[in-house]
Design a protein around this ligand. Sequence first.
Ligand code: AVI
Length: 321
Amino acid sequence: MEKQTEIKPTSEFALEVQEGLTAFPKYLSSKYIYDKKGDKLFQTIMNLPEYYLTNCEFNILEKHKAALSDYFKDKKGFDLIELGAGDGKKTKILLKYLTENNIDFKYLPIDISQNILDDLESSLTKEIPKVNVETLQGTYFNVLKDLANYNSRKKIIMVLGSNIGNLPHDKAIDFLMNIQKAMNPGDMLFMGFDQKKNPQTILDAYNDPTGITEAFNKNLLERINNELDANFDIDKFKHWETYNPETGTAKSFLVSLEEQKVNINALNLEINFKQWETIHTEISQKYDDDVVEWLANQAGLKMTEFFCDEDCFYKNYIFEK
Ligand code: AVI
Protein backbone atom coordinates (compact mmCIF):
# COMPACT_ATOMS: atom_id res chain seq x y z
CA MET A 1 0.00 0.00 0.00
CA GLU A 2 1.16 3.54 -0.71
CA LYS A 3 1.80 5.67 2.37
CA GLN A 4 0.36 9.15 2.07
CA THR A 5 -0.31 11.97 4.46
CA GLU A 6 -2.50 14.96 3.62
CA ILE A 7 -0.51 17.26 1.37
CA LYS A 8 -2.24 19.11 -1.43
CA PRO A 9 -0.44 18.85 -4.77
CA THR A 10 -0.02 22.40 -6.03
CA SER A 11 0.45 22.01 -9.76
CA GLU A 12 -1.37 20.04 -12.46
CA PHE A 13 1.86 18.06 -12.91
CA ALA A 14 2.00 17.15 -9.20
CA LEU A 15 -1.67 16.22 -9.18
CA GLU A 16 -1.40 13.99 -12.23
CA VAL A 17 1.76 12.30 -10.94
CA GLN A 18 -0.01 11.56 -7.67
CA GLU A 19 -3.07 10.19 -9.46
CA GLY A 20 -1.13 8.07 -11.91
CA LEU A 21 1.36 6.52 -9.51
CA THR A 22 -1.27 5.62 -6.92
CA ALA A 23 -3.55 4.03 -9.55
CA PHE A 24 -3.52 0.39 -10.53
CA PRO A 25 -2.00 -0.20 -13.00
CA LYS A 26 0.31 2.80 -12.70
CA TYR A 27 0.48 5.40 -15.47
CA LEU A 28 1.97 8.82 -16.28
CA SER A 29 1.04 11.24 -19.07
CA SER A 30 3.50 11.54 -21.95
CA LYS A 31 2.80 15.28 -22.19
CA TYR A 32 5.11 15.72 -19.21
CA ILE A 33 8.10 14.25 -21.07
CA TYR A 34 8.59 17.60 -22.79
CA ASP A 35 10.73 19.86 -20.64
CA LYS A 36 13.93 21.37 -22.10
CA LYS A 37 15.72 18.00 -22.03
CA GLY A 38 12.65 16.13 -23.33
CA ASP A 39 12.31 18.60 -26.24
CA LYS A 40 15.97 18.02 -27.15
CA LEU A 41 15.62 14.23 -26.95
CA PHE A 42 12.57 14.38 -29.20
CA GLN A 43 14.51 16.45 -31.76
CA THR A 44 17.16 13.70 -31.72
CA ILE A 45 14.49 10.99 -32.09
CA MET A 46 13.12 12.76 -35.16
CA ASN A 47 16.51 12.36 -36.83
CA LEU A 48 16.98 8.67 -35.93
CA PRO A 49 17.00 6.30 -38.94
CA GLU A 50 14.41 4.04 -37.23
CA TYR A 51 11.97 6.92 -36.69
CA TYR A 52 10.61 6.79 -40.25
CA LEU A 53 7.80 9.31 -39.56
CA THR A 54 10.01 12.35 -40.12
CA ASN A 55 11.27 11.34 -43.55
CA CYS A 56 7.84 10.19 -44.69
CA GLU A 57 6.25 13.53 -43.90
CA PHE A 58 9.24 15.38 -45.34
CA ASN A 59 8.81 13.44 -48.60
CA ILE A 60 5.06 14.05 -48.69
CA LEU A 61 5.54 17.81 -48.33
CA GLU A 62 8.35 17.85 -50.90
CA LYS A 63 6.43 15.75 -53.43
CA HIS A 64 3.05 17.47 -53.03
CA LYS A 65 3.96 21.09 -52.25
CA ALA A 66 2.56 22.37 -55.56
CA ALA A 67 -0.73 20.50 -55.11
CA LEU A 68 -0.98 21.66 -51.50
CA SER A 69 -0.35 25.23 -52.52
CA ASP A 70 -3.25 24.93 -54.99
CA TYR A 71 -5.50 23.61 -52.23
CA PHE A 72 -4.51 26.30 -49.76
CA LYS A 73 -4.34 29.50 -51.82
CA ASP A 74 -7.18 31.98 -51.97
CA LYS A 75 -7.87 35.25 -53.80
CA LYS A 76 -7.92 37.12 -50.49
CA GLY A 77 -4.80 35.31 -49.23
CA PHE A 78 -4.81 32.84 -46.32
CA ASP A 79 -3.46 32.31 -42.82
CA LEU A 80 -1.35 29.18 -42.25
CA ILE A 81 -1.72 28.39 -38.55
CA GLU A 82 0.56 25.66 -37.24
CA LEU A 83 -0.10 23.94 -33.91
CA GLY A 84 3.11 22.74 -32.24
CA ALA A 85 5.51 24.23 -34.74
CA GLY A 86 8.75 22.91 -33.20
CA ASP A 87 11.83 23.75 -35.28
CA GLY A 88 9.70 24.11 -38.42
CA LYS A 89 12.06 21.94 -40.47
CA LYS A 90 9.27 20.27 -42.42
CA THR A 91 7.07 23.37 -42.62
CA LYS A 92 9.90 25.33 -44.25
CA ILE A 93 9.46 23.19 -47.40
CA LEU A 94 5.96 24.63 -47.79
CA LEU A 95 6.89 28.12 -46.66
CA LYS A 96 9.71 28.26 -49.21
CA TYR A 97 7.48 27.06 -52.03
CA LEU A 98 4.64 29.46 -51.19
CA THR A 99 7.00 32.42 -50.86
CA GLU A 100 8.94 31.64 -54.05
CA ASN A 101 5.65 31.44 -55.93
CA ASN A 102 4.42 34.77 -54.53
CA ILE A 103 1.37 33.19 -52.89
CA ASP A 104 -0.30 35.63 -50.48
CA PHE A 105 -0.24 34.07 -47.00
CA LYS A 106 0.77 34.72 -43.41
CA TYR A 107 2.41 32.05 -41.23
CA LEU A 108 1.21 31.87 -37.61
CA PRO A 109 3.09 29.21 -35.61
CA ILE A 110 1.61 28.41 -32.18
CA ASP A 111 3.70 26.82 -29.46
CA ILE A 112 3.60 26.68 -25.69
CA SER A 113 7.32 27.49 -25.61
CA GLN A 114 8.38 31.09 -26.36
CA ASN A 115 11.98 29.81 -26.77
CA ILE A 116 10.97 27.50 -29.59
CA LEU A 117 9.05 30.34 -31.27
CA ASP A 118 11.98 32.76 -30.97
CA ASP A 119 14.38 30.21 -32.50
CA LEU A 120 11.91 29.50 -35.30
CA GLU A 121 11.39 33.16 -36.07
CA SER A 122 15.10 33.94 -36.21
CA SER A 123 15.82 30.91 -38.44
CA LEU A 124 13.01 32.00 -40.77
CA THR A 125 14.41 35.53 -40.98
CA LYS A 126 17.71 34.01 -42.13
CA GLU A 127 16.39 31.25 -44.41
CA ILE A 128 13.15 32.66 -45.87
CA PRO A 129 13.29 36.41 -45.14
CA LYS A 130 10.28 37.16 -47.31
CA VAL A 131 7.86 35.05 -45.24
CA ASN A 132 5.31 37.06 -43.26
CA VAL A 133 5.35 35.46 -39.80
CA GLU A 134 3.61 36.18 -36.51
CA THR A 135 4.36 33.82 -33.61
CA LEU A 136 1.66 33.06 -31.04
CA GLN A 137 2.64 31.74 -27.64
CA GLY A 138 0.14 29.71 -25.64
CA THR A 139 -1.77 26.46 -25.42
CA TYR A 140 -3.31 25.38 -28.72
CA PHE A 141 -6.87 25.93 -27.68
CA ASN A 142 -6.56 29.28 -26.01
CA VAL A 143 -4.83 30.60 -29.09
CA LEU A 144 -7.28 28.85 -31.45
CA LYS A 145 -10.22 30.35 -29.58
CA ASP A 146 -8.73 33.79 -30.11
CA LEU A 147 -8.15 32.97 -33.77
CA ALA A 148 -11.71 31.80 -34.47
CA ASN A 149 -12.66 35.32 -35.54
CA TYR A 150 -9.12 36.53 -36.28
CA ASN A 151 -10.02 37.87 -39.71
CA SER A 152 -12.18 36.88 -42.63
CA ARG A 153 -9.40 35.19 -44.57
CA LYS A 154 -9.25 31.48 -45.21
CA LYS A 155 -7.56 29.58 -42.38
CA ILE A 156 -5.39 26.51 -42.94
CA ILE A 157 -4.76 24.85 -39.60
CA MET A 158 -1.77 22.53 -39.79
CA VAL A 159 -0.71 19.81 -37.35
CA LEU A 160 2.30 17.79 -38.50
CA GLY A 161 4.15 14.89 -36.87
CA SER A 162 1.17 12.59 -36.03
CA ASN A 163 0.90 14.36 -32.67
CA ILE A 164 -2.73 13.26 -32.52
CA GLY A 165 -1.43 9.69 -32.11
CA ASN A 166 -0.44 10.45 -28.52
CA LEU A 167 -4.13 10.74 -27.64
CA PRO A 168 -6.63 7.90 -27.12
CA HIS A 169 -9.56 8.07 -29.57
CA ASP A 170 -11.95 9.94 -27.23
CA LYS A 171 -9.35 12.64 -26.56
CA ALA A 172 -8.42 12.73 -30.26
CA ILE A 173 -12.07 13.47 -31.07
CA ASP A 174 -12.11 16.30 -28.49
CA PHE A 175 -8.92 17.66 -30.04
CA LEU A 176 -10.40 17.58 -33.56
CA MET A 177 -13.67 19.04 -32.30
CA ASN A 178 -11.84 22.00 -30.73
CA ILE A 179 -10.11 22.65 -34.04
CA GLN A 180 -13.41 22.28 -35.91
CA LYS A 181 -15.00 24.93 -33.66
CA ALA A 182 -12.26 27.41 -34.64
CA MET A 183 -12.90 26.78 -38.35
CA ASN A 184 -15.31 28.57 -40.69
CA PRO A 185 -16.77 26.98 -43.82
CA GLY A 186 -14.01 26.94 -46.45
CA ASP A 187 -11.21 26.68 -43.84
CA MET A 188 -9.08 23.53 -43.90
CA LEU A 189 -7.33 21.29 -41.42
CA PHE A 190 -4.13 19.69 -42.74
CA MET A 191 -2.99 16.93 -40.41
CA GLY A 192 -0.49 14.03 -40.33
CA PHE A 193 -1.50 10.51 -39.24
CA ASP A 194 1.01 7.67 -39.01
CA GLN A 195 -0.40 4.53 -40.66
CA LYS A 196 -0.64 0.87 -39.66
CA LYS A 197 2.21 -1.10 -41.22
CA ASN A 198 4.57 -4.00 -40.56
CA PRO A 199 4.51 -4.26 -36.74
CA GLN A 200 8.29 -4.72 -36.64
CA THR A 201 8.85 -1.36 -38.37
CA ILE A 202 6.70 0.31 -35.71
CA LEU A 203 8.39 -1.46 -32.80
CA ASP A 204 11.83 -0.50 -34.14
CA ALA A 205 10.80 3.16 -34.40
CA TYR A 206 10.06 3.24 -30.66
CA ASN A 207 12.94 1.07 -29.52
CA ASP A 208 16.10 2.43 -31.09
CA PRO A 209 19.35 0.61 -30.25
CA THR A 210 21.10 3.85 -29.19
CA GLY A 211 18.70 4.22 -26.25
CA ILE A 212 17.49 7.73 -27.14
CA THR A 213 13.82 6.69 -26.95
CA GLU A 214 14.53 5.00 -23.62
CA ALA A 215 16.07 8.24 -22.28
CA PHE A 216 13.08 10.17 -23.65
CA ASN A 217 10.63 7.87 -21.84
CA LYS A 218 12.67 7.95 -18.63
CA ASN A 219 12.73 11.75 -18.71
CA LEU A 220 9.34 11.52 -17.01
CA LEU A 221 11.03 10.02 -13.95
CA GLU A 222 13.84 12.59 -14.12
CA ARG A 223 11.29 15.39 -14.15
CA ILE A 224 9.57 13.94 -11.10
CA ASN A 225 12.98 13.71 -9.40
CA ASN A 226 13.85 17.32 -10.28
CA GLU A 227 10.53 19.05 -9.85
CA LEU A 228 8.89 17.02 -7.09
CA ASP A 229 11.99 16.14 -5.08
CA ALA A 230 11.76 12.41 -5.73
CA ASN A 231 14.39 9.66 -5.74
CA PHE A 232 13.65 7.44 -8.73
CA ASP A 233 16.75 5.41 -9.66
CA ILE A 234 16.19 5.45 -13.40
CA ASP A 235 18.58 2.53 -13.97
CA LYS A 236 16.13 0.36 -12.07
CA PHE A 237 13.52 0.80 -14.81
CA LYS A 238 13.49 -0.65 -18.31
CA HIS A 239 11.91 0.95 -21.37
CA TRP A 240 9.46 -1.48 -22.98
CA GLU A 241 7.49 -1.01 -26.18
CA THR A 242 4.51 -3.03 -27.42
CA TYR A 243 2.46 -2.78 -30.59
CA ASN A 244 -0.97 -4.31 -31.07
CA PRO A 245 -1.55 -4.67 -34.83
CA GLU A 246 -5.28 -5.21 -34.25
CA THR A 247 -5.92 -1.85 -32.57
CA GLY A 248 -2.93 -0.02 -34.10
CA THR A 249 -1.78 1.10 -30.65
CA ALA A 250 1.93 1.30 -29.79
CA LYS A 251 2.37 1.58 -26.03
CA SER A 252 5.43 2.59 -24.02
CA PHE A 253 6.07 1.37 -20.51
CA LEU A 254 8.69 1.67 -17.82
CA VAL A 255 9.12 -1.68 -16.06
CA SER A 256 10.51 -1.90 -12.55
CA LEU A 257 13.51 -4.28 -12.63
CA GLU A 258 13.24 -5.03 -8.92
CA GLU A 259 11.03 -4.53 -5.90
CA GLN A 260 11.65 -0.96 -4.78
CA LYS A 261 10.31 2.06 -2.92
CA VAL A 262 10.39 5.59 -4.29
CA ASN A 263 9.80 8.74 -2.25
CA ILE A 264 8.20 11.79 -3.79
CA ASN A 265 8.89 14.35 -1.11
CA ALA A 266 6.88 17.22 -2.57
CA LEU A 267 3.81 14.98 -2.35
CA ASN A 268 4.83 13.32 0.91
CA LEU A 269 4.25 10.09 -0.93
CA GLU A 270 6.00 6.72 -0.92
CA ILE A 271 5.38 4.54 -3.94
CA ASN A 272 6.03 0.79 -3.85
CA PHE A 273 6.97 -1.14 -6.95
CA LYS A 274 6.87 -4.89 -7.23
CA GLN A 275 9.47 -6.51 -9.47
CA TRP A 276 8.22 -6.27 -13.10
CA GLU A 277 5.49 -3.81 -12.21
CA THR A 278 4.78 -1.31 -15.00
CA ILE A 279 4.18 2.41 -15.48
CA HIS A 280 2.33 3.04 -18.75
CA THR A 281 3.74 6.27 -20.18
CA GLU A 282 2.68 6.87 -23.78
CA ILE A 283 0.51 5.68 -26.65
CA SER A 284 1.43 6.29 -30.27
CA GLN A 285 -1.66 5.36 -32.26
CA LYS A 286 -1.36 4.11 -35.86
CA TYR A 287 -4.28 4.59 -38.23
CA ASP A 288 -6.00 3.52 -41.42
CA ASP A 289 -8.41 5.57 -43.56
CA ASP A 290 -11.51 4.11 -41.91
CA VAL A 291 -10.40 5.09 -38.41
CA VAL A 292 -9.32 8.57 -39.54
CA GLU A 293 -12.63 9.10 -41.30
CA TRP A 294 -14.55 7.91 -38.22
CA LEU A 295 -12.61 10.27 -35.91
CA ALA A 296 -13.15 13.19 -38.29
CA ASN A 297 -16.88 12.52 -38.64
CA GLN A 298 -17.28 12.25 -34.87
CA ALA A 299 -15.71 15.72 -34.63
CA GLY A 300 -17.93 17.28 -37.31
CA LEU A 301 -15.27 17.25 -40.04
CA LYS A 302 -15.13 15.58 -43.43
CA MET A 303 -12.01 14.19 -45.03
CA THR A 304 -11.63 15.65 -48.51
CA GLU A 305 -8.16 14.56 -49.65
CA PHE A 306 -5.01 12.77 -48.55
CA PHE A 307 -1.37 12.63 -49.59
CA CYS A 308 0.97 9.74 -48.81
CA ASP A 309 4.64 8.83 -49.19
CA GLU A 310 5.87 6.13 -51.59
CA ASP A 311 5.13 3.21 -49.21
CA CYS A 312 2.03 4.83 -47.69
CA PHE A 313 3.67 4.51 -44.27
CA TYR A 314 2.25 7.93 -43.39
CA LYS A 315 -0.54 10.18 -44.64
CA ASN A 316 -1.40 13.86 -44.46
CA TYR A 317 -5.13 14.45 -44.74
CA ILE A 318 -7.16 17.54 -45.60
CA PHE A 319 -10.39 18.00 -43.63
CA GLU A 320 -13.11 20.58 -44.05
CA LYS A 321 -16.07 21.57 -41.96
C1 AVI B 1 5.28 13.47 -30.62
N1 AVI B 1 4.84 12.12 -30.98
C2 AVI B 1 4.07 12.11 -32.21
C3 AVI B 1 5.90 11.09 -30.95
C4 AVI B 1 5.32 9.72 -31.36
O1 AVI B 1 5.76 9.19 -32.37
O2 AVI B 1 4.43 9.23 -30.66
C5 AVI B 1 6.56 10.99 -29.59
C6 AVI B 1 7.56 9.87 -29.50
N2 AVI B 1 7.60 8.96 -28.56
C7 AVI B 1 8.59 8.13 -28.76
N3 AVI B 1 9.21 8.46 -29.87
C8 AVI B 1 8.59 9.58 -30.35
